[in-house]
Ligand binder design. Structure first.
Ligand SMILES: Cc1ncc(COP(=O)(O)O)c(C=O)c1O
Length: 375
C-alpha cells in the first residue's frame, strides 16, 4: 500500500498564474467590467484555435447550448436527440425551450453516444442532435453529421469538456451548426463561469450576439431591441482571466497525456476498465474516467479515496435516471440505457490537471489498486 500523503489532491484545479491575475486586476482598475477588449480577444483566440468563422463568449456553457437551440428555433413539440450519459445541462436546455430530449445509449468504451442507435430514435418531430464530446474525447462525429444531413437535422456539438480536441485533425465544434464550450473550473481552462459558442454561419452568429444581450440590435442607426433575449454576457475580467490560459492549452493537454498514460500503465485492468481512444481522435483528458468492476462499491471507494487525501467522483449522470427526468418520462433505464446507467453507477473520475505530478498519479493509482481489492 502506498504511503499516505498529507496534502489533499483535488479532482480538478485551475492553473491560475500571477500574470492571469495581473490582467484581471487591470480590468478591475479600468472600470470597464463587461464585454470589453478581453471578451473580443477570447473570441478571436477560439476562432484561431478551432478555425471557425465566428465565436461568441457568454456567461456559461449551459447558456451557449440554450442560445444555440433558441437561434435554431427549436421549440415546443420538437424532439432533440442526446446521449443518455452527460452532465444534466445537455438535456436541461432542451426542456428549457419546451422541446423533448430523446435519450440514446452510449458506447461503453468511449462514453460517447452510440452512433448506431441514433437513427432508430429519429421521428417526424426530430429537429436536432446534440452529440457530446464527453470527458475531452471526440465522439464519432462524421457519421452523426451524415445522419443529420440525411434527415435534415441541426447538429449542436456539446464540446463543453473538449477544448483542444480534434476529430481527424479538425477541431471539434466545427462539424455541426454550432460548437459549444464551457470554461467552468472543471474544464481545460477556466474563467470561473463562462462559455463560448462557435459557428461558421454568419446569420447564426449575429443572432447569438443579439440574444445574449437582451435582443439589442442597431436598427436604422439607432439602438433598438429586435427580439426577446437574455443577459448571457461575459464580464471582461472573466475573459481576461482566461486569455493567457488559452496560450497554455497545448502544453496542458500534453502534460495530461503523460499523466493518463501513467494511470493506464499502473491501474489494475482486471478490475478497472481503462479509457479507450478510437483512432479517429486523440484524447485531451479533461477527465480520466474509468469503470470499476460491478463487484466493487464505487461510492465506498470515493469515500475511502477521500480518507487517503484523494478527490474522486462519478463522471456524469445517466440523465433519464435523475429525479427530474424520471418524474416526467419514467423511462426504464435498465432496459433502454444499460451502458449510460452502468457508467453513472460504476464510473470513477480520477484527478488529472496541470498541477498534478507523475508521482502523485502513482500514489493515486496504487491507492485505488489496493482499495478495490479490499472487499
Ligand atoms: C457535457 C457538458 N455540457 C454542458 C455543460 C455546462 O457547462 P457550464 O457548467 O459552463 O454551464 C457541462 C458542464 O459541466 C458539461 O460537462
Amino acid at each position: 500500500m502506498a504511503e499516505s500523503i498529507t496534502n489533499f489532491i483535488p479532482l480538478a484545479k485551475p492553473n491560475i498564474l500571477e500574470k492571469d491575475i495581473l490582467l484581471v486586476n487591470e480590468v478591475l482598475r479600468s472600470g470597464m467590467l463587461v464585454q470589453g477588449k478581453y471578451v473580443t480577444e477570447l473570441e478571436n483566440s477560439f476562432i484561431q484555435l478551432a478555425k471557425s468563422k465566428y465565436a461568441s463568449a457568454v456567461s456559461n456553457g449551459t447558456a451557449t447550448l440554450h442560445l444555440a437551440l433558441k437561434v435554431l428555433g427549436v421549440k415546443e413539440g420538437d424532439e432533440v436527440i442526446v446521449p443518455a450519459f452527460s452532465y444534466m445541462a445537455t438535456a436541461n436546455v432542451i426542456e428549457l425551450v419546451g422541446a423533448k430530449p430523446i435519450f440514446v445509449d452510449i458506447d461503453i468504451q468511449t462514453f460517447n453516444i452510440d452512433v448506431h442507435k441514433i437513427e432508430a430514435n429519429i421521428s417526424k418531430k426530430t429537429k436536432a442532435i446534440i452529440p457530446v464530446h464527453e470527458f475531452g474525447l471526440s465522439c464519432d462525429i462524421e457519421p452523426i453529421i451524415e445522419i443529420a444531413k440525411r434527415y435534415n437535422l441541426y447538429v449542436i456539438e456539446d464540446a463543453a469538456c473538449a477544448l483542444g480536441a480534434e476529430y481527424k485533425e479538425k477541431h471539434v465544434g466545427t462539424f455541426g451548426h454550432f460548437g459549444s464550450f464551457s470554461l467552468h473550473p472543471r474544464k481545460a481552462i477556466s474563467s470561473g463561469e463562462g462559455g463560448v459558442l462557435i459557428t461558421d454561419i454568419e446569420y447564426h452568429d449575429t443572432k447569438v450576439k443579439i440574444l445574449r444581450n437582451h435582443g439589442t440590435e442597431i436598427i436604422n442607426g439607432k439602438m433598438d431591441f429586435s427580439d426577446f433575449g437574455f443577459n448571457y454576457r461575459m464580464t471582461d475580467f472573466q475573459a481576461a482571466l482566461v486569455v493567457s490560459q488559452m496560450n497554455r492549452l497545448k502544453e496542458s493537454i500534453a502534460h495530461k497525456k503523460k499523466l493518463a498514460k501513467r494511470y493506464s500503465n499502473l491501474l489494475d485492468s482486471s478490475l478497472i476498465q481503462l479509457p479507450h481512444t478510437p483512432n479517429y481522435t486523440e484524447h485531451t483528458w479533461q477527465t480520466y474516467h474509468v469503470l470499476l468492476h460491478e463487484t466493487i462499491n464505487r461510492d465506498r471507494i470515493i469515500e475511502q479515496m477521500k480518507l487517503k487525501n484523494i478527490g474522486t467522483n462519478y463522471g456524469a449522470q445517466c440523465m433519464p435516471y435523475m429525479q427530474s427526468f424520471k418524474e416526467k418520462y419514467n423511462l426504464n433505464c435498465d432496459m433502454l440505457f444499460p451502458h449510460a446507467l452502468s457508467a453513472y453507477k460504476r464510473g470513477l473520475a480520477l484527478p488529472i490537471h496541470d498541477l498534478i505530478t507523475e508521482e502523485q498519479v502513482e500514489y493515486i493509482a496504487n491507492t485505488l489498486n489496493y482499495l478495490i481489492k479490499q472487499k
